[in-house]
Design a protein. Sequence first.
Length: 167
Amino acid sequence: MLAFADCGLVPYPDAEELADIACRTARSFRLLCGEDPRVALLSFSTHGSAHHESVELVVEACQLLGQSAPDFAFDGELQLDAALIPEVGRAKAPDSPVAGRANVLIFPNLDAGNIGYKLVERLGGAQAIGPVVQGLSRPANDLSRGCSVDDIVVAAAVTALQAHDKS
């Protein structure tokens, strides 16, 4: 199982928003999947292999995330292959706590996130659940116009789990 964020709400998050998205998504992953999150903040650069303002944004978000002392493993900036493929992770980020093993992928903007999840769903054949809306005072989730009955049932179950969560 993988969690992708943000794929449907914040077009161009700043560093603070990106760090917050990472925290909330890690928490949601733990709640919904029952596994420890390993969070990768994604970029087209891995640990300084490229320089650009969009890379700096991800680096800053990772630093902010570190300052909050989260209860989950994370790293960034990581390219997607370094985040998911063990051999690539070992080669590109040998000291990373998540490289090659990430299960929560934080995309740098809505374009990348939305494109990424649709590629995995449509070409990879994965089942997409969501979007799961985070950061509200009460749980509420969204369904696409083309959703199926199964999509509605899953969204209702996710919302019920969010409502029951006391943490």
